[in-house]
Design a protein around this ligand. Structure first.
Ligand code: FES
Length: 122
């Protein structure tokens, strides 16, 4: 086992978890309501700001327990922020309000105010 905590803490200011879960069921799942499109919209927004993967990671995930017929579920960690019914068109406003227009505003610990964190290439 290798402890990578310090390395990842240096690289990542936040991670966006995007549900793309697919299931054959009577219940709604994010794959059926644009999960993949929402995931791509998030990556694209971050790439446009040179913030994709570092300092902001994006993780495609299974069910987050916020299933809806109206859009995708997202969690932003370590902020412990959770959203449901996210549509691709919602992504720019959501990420701008979360990370600032240039994707440079981060909170490293719950309860701390916003501050600049690592930037791409750091
Ligand atoms: S299937 Fe996406 S939150 Fe449940």
């Amino acid at each position: 086992m290798k402890d990578q905590t310090e390395r990842q803490r240096d690289r990542l200011a936040a991670q966006v978890f995007v549900c793309t879960n697919d299931r054959d069921s009577e219940y709604a799942c994010c794959a059926d309501v644009g999960g993949q499109e929402t995931l791509e919209a998030i990556k694209s927004w971050l790439r446009d700001r040179n913030a994709f993967w570092s300092p902001i990671g994006v993780v495609e995930t299974a069910c987050l327990g916020l299933c809806s017929e109206n859009g995708t579920a997202i969690a932003i960690q370590p902020r412990n922020e959770w959203y449901s019914e996210v549509r691709p068109d919602d992504v720019p406003a959501l990420l701008e309000s979360t990370f600032g227009p240039d994707a440079t505003q981060f909170r490293h610990e719950a309860g701390n105010s916003s501050e600049n964190g690592p930037t791409a290439g750091d």
